[in-house]
Design a protein around this ligand. Structure first.
Ligand SMILES: Cc1cc2nc3c(=O)[nH]c(=O)nc-3n(C[C@H](O)[C@H](O)[C@H](O)COP(=O)(O)O)c2cc1C
Length: 167
């Protein structure tokens, strides 16, 4: 598992000749729903997209998701705030589900990029409109997925000064 975590990087260039299958996406969605959530409220839904025109449209409406134009798939994580108990934890719950999707993608030899939507009003509005997501549901993020066409270096990221051991 540590190896997977170290291997994961945001991938923004994808091979356009390699599809992502429904089986692969289903495994990612299973991983998503294995995530912990406050009081096990699981305040989420998922939209899995492989339709080319819709992926292109995401790239057009989201200012930082241009990579969707080369991605073979995307998963939209949708938050359902009212089912989150206690109230207010749903962004953390959805973030945990998102991270599970990213790690499952790496374990399948794929690459992915988390593109933030919530809490930016303009991004929420455009993704909401594109997928007809009605209030009170909130599009939380877009995850672009595909076979990587780049392999960014792992930066030396561990910073001891950010850690305090209390023993
Ligand atoms: C909440 C959140 C929102 C992000 N939004 C975007 C985004 O809109 N577009 C993008 O290209 N990357 C986005 N990223 C990816 C970050 O830029 C990336 O994780 C960070 O630069 C570290 O690089 P790494 O993922 O390769 O370790 C987002 C990441 C998080 C956690």
């Amino acid at each position: 598992m540590h190896e997977l975590i170290e291997k994961r990087r945001s991938i923004r260039n994808f091979r356009t000749d390699k599809p992502v299958t429904k089986e692969q996406l289903s495994r990612m969605l299973e991983a998503a729903m294995q995530a912990p959530s406050a009081c096990n409220s699981r305040p989420w839904e998922f939209i899995a997209v492989t339709k080319r025109e819709i992926l292109d449209e995401i790239a057009r409406v989201h200012p930082y998701a241009a990579m969707c134009a080369t991605a073979a798939a995307a998963i939209i994580v949708v938050a359902i705030p009212q089912t989150g108990r206690p109230v207010g934890y749903y962004p953390q719950d959805c973030a945990a589900a998102t991270q599970n999707i990213l790690l499952e993608a790496v374990s399948q030899g794929l690459g992915a990029c988390w593109c933030g939507v919530y809490p930016r009003d303009e991004r929420i509005a455009s993704i909401r409109e594109l997928f007809s997501i009605s209030d009170p549901k909130i599009p939380f993020c877009v995850i672009a997925i595909g076979a990587p066409a780049e392999s960014p270096d792992r930066k030396g990221i561990f910073d001891e000064s950010r850690v305090r051991f209390v023993e």
